[in-house]
Design a protein around this ligand. Structure first.
Ligand code: 7RM
Length: 631
């Protein structure tokens, strides 16, 4: 696999990847262990879509993450695990130990009857067993579906049902900052409605008492008694499914994004090595949760494929205080640090007193992901964390892309605050106007599409291929549509401006406005609601909800509390609206469509210049909304 080292080399590699994509990716794929080689590198069309990489090849991603490294790295640390509470002891896991743990757990899964192709739901906090769980599934060819442990029982149930999981892997509880979360209880509530779940394996973390259902629930440590570490990796097809990860879209329920084994594997390692320019012996830390795609690709698969050493952190950036990230960087001498703009802004707001006590001189590269990074946060990160000597890689990508698509290569690509800069080799971005015409040249803006497949592109949405086609491949013929707006400046650099659909990005979490609306509408007093995003200093975007009630309620504060509880119950605390305005009507066109443009403007605090409202059924509702707008 090529490791790019200069800008000229980047340009040569980029050209190669466009002129001969198959030759280019075959070369990157050479260094992996394949049980059977491919008969064709790529077979694709974006119409159905039908995309296959490394056709007919067989491999196992865990053999490439683990077995392959043992001769040189058995005693090298794979993960430094840092607990939520800094007073608790850290755990160091070598490649050999991780291999043994994964093999043993693989045998537990087999004993429980899990087979290749079965779906296993993983609902766990950030503990080492979580990484083991993903890898053990992958080793037997079972498909993991990780659900972020902050989602509610209702949201978890929906995800388990959608892909008919046969098993749930979970923990008794979770520590998150000062909180103690009853994880197993959430699982119990969820699977009351999930008849496909035959087994639940519970890892003890908090020692919180749990109810164990006989015949269904067992403890992780008890399952491991007398289990062998002998577990050859299953041979799985390159296009066999590796995992499902649910993500929000502009309509309906979250969709199960499906990634397959071969292409995802090649791309995860390629991007990890090239974007972060990881060097032998360095310590990498991605602060994401494994419940999101960033954790899948850049805590678990990318770093392990590359034989890297990384930090896995259980807690939150603000516990026990806002210096925690910097304390951890200092403690493990982290060289490459990858986090989200929302965390940067929150820690910036906390003040430099939390940064000063720690030595950050091990840092060599800084990364950003999840949402547009504003210039101010970029400058603060650069100056106070990177001490103006660490390149910042602003990495743009999505759950659906599997890996980073547009990003500087650390220390190679000249950076510019707010810009994800240039596409990685193999990635062909185009900007498209309203009519679907490709906009050529520089100094232009449009909807961001990709015109050629890269190895870790989404293959389908679980159980509903048509939805995948509709969502990503039908808006513009023969293009993958990202849902993001984007500017290409005079230098050909890309700047992602944010979503152009009804998806909002709150603290780097993707939330569909439709999902929040349907949760709000579950409240008995609500007839209708409309949710929009608005600029928020820390979260990037906040959630603003307009609601219409059946009966006017005098106790608006109480009503708001009930709605927050409803949203927490249906989705989870991350989807709670920041502002709830009770209105008597919503601005609708004669055809009944809500004019969100107006609602967004009001939420932004723009109370005049609302544009053309003449097509509204009842323009008077706008005046009322403006009069009641929340600050
Ligand atoms: C990795 C991840 C995807 C959406 C995407 C964008 C936004 C992500 C950046 C960004 C500007 C970035 N997956 N986004 N990275 N916007 N600059 N560097 O976040 O599926 O959860 O979200 O996030 O809108 O479409 S995700």
């Amino acid at each position: 696999m090529i490791r790019i080292r200069t800008l000229e080399q980047y340009q040569t590699e980029y050209q190669k990847s466009v002129n001969d994509p198959e030759g280019f990716w075959a070369e990157q794929a050479e260094s992996f262990r394949w049980h059977t080689k491919w008969t064709q590198v790529l077979d694709w069309n974006f119409r159905q879509p039908d995309i296959k990489w490394f056709v007919d090849a067989k491999t196992n991603i865990t053999e490439n993450c683990l077995d392959r490294h043992l001769p040189q790295r058995a005693n090298q640390i794979a993960f430094y695990w840092e607990p939520n509470d800094p007073k608790e002891k850290q755990v160091e896991i070598t490649y050999q130990q991780l291999f043994d743990d994964v093999c043993r757990f693989t045998n537990v899964l087999k004993k429980k009857g899990v087979r290749k192709g079965d779906r296993v739901c993983i609902y766990m906090p950030m503990i080492p067993e979580l990484a083991v769980a993903l890898l053990a599934c992958a080793r037997i060819g079972a498909i993991h579906s990780v659900v972020f442990a902050g989602f509610s029982a209702n949201a978890l149930a929906g995800r388990i049902q959608d892909c008919s999981c046969c098993m749930v892997l979970t923990s008794d509880g979770a520590y998150r900052g000062a909180k103690d979360i009853p994880v197993k209880q959430v699982v119990d509530e969820a699977i009351a409605e999930c008849p496909t779940v035959k087994n639940v394996i519970v890892c003890k973390r908090t020692q919180t008492p749990v109810v164990m259902k006989p015949g269904r629930d067992t403890f992780w440590h008890e399952e491991l008694v007398d289990v062998s570490t002998n577990s050859p990796a299953e041979s799985v097809g390159s296009e066999d499914e590796l995992f499902i990860l649910y993500t929000s879209g502009s309509t309906g329920k979250p969709k199960g994004v499906v990634h397959s084994c071969g292409g995802y594997m090649v791309y995860a390692q390629y991007t990890f090595q090239n974007v972060f320019q990881y060097n032998e012996g360095e310590v990498f830390w991605c602060t994401a949760d494994i419940g999101w795609i960033t954790g899948h690709s850049y805590i678990v698969y990318g770093p392990l494929l590359a034989g890297a050493t990384s930090v896995m952190f259980e807690g939150v950036p603000t516990f026990p205080d806002c210096g925690r990230f910097w304390q951890i960087v200092d403690k493990y001498k982290v060289n490459i640090f990858y986090t989200a703009p929302t965390a940067i802004r929150a820690l910036e707001a906390a003040g430099l007193d939390f940064v000063m006590p720690y030595k950050l001189d091990s840092l060599r590269v800084l990364g950003s992901v999840g949402e547009p990074i504003n210039v101010e946060a970029w400058e603060w990160y650069n100056k106070n964390i990177g001490k103006e000597k660490c390149p910042i890689v602003d990495t743009w990508w999505q759950t659906e892309t599997g890996g980073i698509l547009i990003s500087p290569l650390a220390g190679i690509t000249e950076t510019k605050p707010g810009f994800a800069t240039l596409p990685l080799p193999g990635v062909q971005p185009v900007l498209v106007d309203e009519k679907g015409q490709i906009i050529e040249g520089n100094g232009v803006e449009g909807n961001l599409c990709i015109r050629f497949p890269w190895p870790s592109i989404i293959r389908t949405t679980y159980g509903d291929h048509e939805r995948c086609r509709q969502n990503y491949f039908a808006t513009y013929a023969d293009l993958y549509f990202t849902g993001d707006g984007c500017r290409r400046d005079e230098d050909g650099y890309y700047r992602i401006t944010g979503r152009v659909d009804d998806v909002i990005n709150v603290s780097g979490h993707r939330i569909g406005t439709a999902e929040v609306e349907s949760a709000i509408n579950m409240h008995v007093d609500v007839v209708e609601s409309a949710v929009v995003g608005y600029p928020h200093d820390i979260k990037g975007q906040g959630i603003y909800a307009y609601i219409i009630c059946v009966n006017e309620r005098a106790d608006v504060e109480q009503l708001r509390k009930e709605i927050l509880a409803e949203v927490t119950k249906i989705i989870g605390p991350i989807a709670k609206p920041d502002k709830i305005q009770v209105v008597r009507g919503l601005p609708k066109t004669r055809s009944g469509k809500i004019m969100r443009r107006i609602l967004r403007k009001v939420a932004e605090g723009e109370l005049s210049n609302l544009g053309d409202t003449s097509t509204l059924l009842d323009p008077a509702v706008v005046d009322e909304i403006v009069a009641g707008a929340l600050k």
